[in-house]
Design a protein around this ligand. Sequence first.
Ligand SMILES: [Zn+2]
Length: 157
Amino acid sequence: MKQNADPFCDKRVISSESVCSSRHFVILYNIRPTVPGHVLLVSKRHVERITELDAKEISDMHSLLRKVIPVLIKAYDAEDESYNLIVQAGENSGMSVRHFHMHIVPRNSRDRYSKKNNALYTDIERARKGLGHRHVIEQTARLRRLFSKKRIESYRT
Ligand SMILES: [Zn+2]
C-alpha cells in the first residue's frame, strides 16, 4: 500500500487492528500513540468530516463513546477520569488520514503532556514517533481482552 493511502478503508488494517466495533464505527489502537491508551474511533463508511455523518451514525458514535471511555479510564488509570477527544478536519488541522476518525486519549498527571510536564509544544517529534510497535501490539491484545467481543453492541443491556 502506498504511503498516505487511506488505511481506514483497508479491510485488512481494520480487521488486524480493531479492538472492538459498533454498527457504524470501529476502535483501533493508534499505531503512533502519544500516550498509553490512545485509540482511534473510525467510521466504517468513508467520510472525511464529522459533519458528513448522519444522525444514526452520530447516535451510534455516542453510544460507543459511552462504552469505550470508561474502559480506557480504568485500564490506563486516568486520574479524575480525564481524557481528550480530538477531531481534526482538513490539512491545516494536522489531519493525516482523510477519513473521519476521533482520537480518544486517556490522561493522567504522569503522562508526557500533563500540565506538570508541560511538554505539549516541545515534544512534537517524539509524539510523531509514538511509543513503538511492540507497545501497539501489546495494547491492542490487552484492549481486545478487555472488550472481549468484537461487537461492543452486544454489551448493551
Ligand atoms: Zn476511507
